[in-house]
Design a binder for this molecule. Sequence first.
Ligand SMILES: Nc1ncnc2c1ncn2[C@@H]1O[C@H](COP(=O)(O)OP(=O)(O)OP(=O)(O)O)[C@@H](O)[C@H]1O
Length: 341
Amino acid sequence: MGAIRTTGLTKRYDGVLAVDGLDLRVERGEVFGFLGPNGAGKSTVINLVLDFVRPTAGSATVLGYDSRTETTAIRRNTGIVPEGATLYERLTGREHLAWIARANGVEADVPALLDRVGLTIDDADRRVGGYSKGMGRRLALAMALVGDPELLILDEPSSGLDPAGIREFREIVREEAADGRTVFFSSHVLGQVEAVADRIGILNRGKLVATGTPAELRGSCGITQSIRFEVTTVPTLDALNAVDGVETTSVDDGVSPSDGSIIEVGVTDAAAKIEVATWLAERTRVRDVVSEERSLETLFDAYTSTARSEQSNARTNGQSGKQNGTWANVQQLRDLEEVEA
Ligand SMILES: Nc1ncnc2c1ncn2[C@@H]1O[C@H](COP(=O)(O)OP(=O)(O)OP(=O)(O)O)[C@@H](O)[C@H]1O
């Protein structure tokens, strides 16, 4: 039984096919990065699996529970950080945690929760109106961790954070995953997903266009790595081209004989690296080796670039009726407003 399963999941908003027959499998214990450009349908998928919106077709399960009929069990075992989660300025961090604990009928070990997300007791007793963006994201995460959920679903968790904040958030995600939790998080920023995810799913126009580990996805780009050898003399490279996993070879001769030459070899298979290095070392003197990992950017662009401009046009043309901050979808919002009033 997986963490999240969707079968033919589809959502059509008048005129917009936000999610298109999605078959997604997220396994227990993994950090799954759900990547896609703005408007790809990531938030809609999250809203569908959590039953905040109803599908036009298809079905989903979370931790083996049916999204539509076993919502209570799902909410009990899932911590959620919605996109742009709204916090309540007049309440303290501690009051937010207490409210979530009460709503879920569980105890909240406030000091332990604060510790997990890097907030202090003093922070917890301040009103959230005085929090920085990063502190707000930490509190939202602490709220998601109340009740020790098995699964964390984070919608664009790093949005609005500076690079240090993004790094810290990533570490927190890693720690939670190391504790055995499944983490499913969406992002439109490749680097953030690649740095933390065990597996990545790329969503484009509501369809899953690629899934795999970062290494597998890089492999599907064609050339996975480019290795540059600085050599004194250049041997005939025909035999090197025949080595399994070698995709390209090229030579850049230095301006003078003392500069040596650069042989650049593109390999699709990591195992080929050693073979190439050994082959060259047997035939010439290798003075330096530089290996560059080809970024997943290439793959991401290939799958998503044509769609990006169309999607942003659709948005500026006012086709998006989307609400920001899906706390707005949660029944519990009403409870919180009552607390605030
Ligand atoms: N409530 C809604 N009513 C109408 N259209 C919607 C609604 N919610 C989403 N959409 C549309 O569905 C498509 C997918 O939107 P969604 O917010 O799921 O994408 P996303 O990948 O989460 O984007 P972002 O990264 O910008 O949050 C978009 O075209 C959006 O305009």
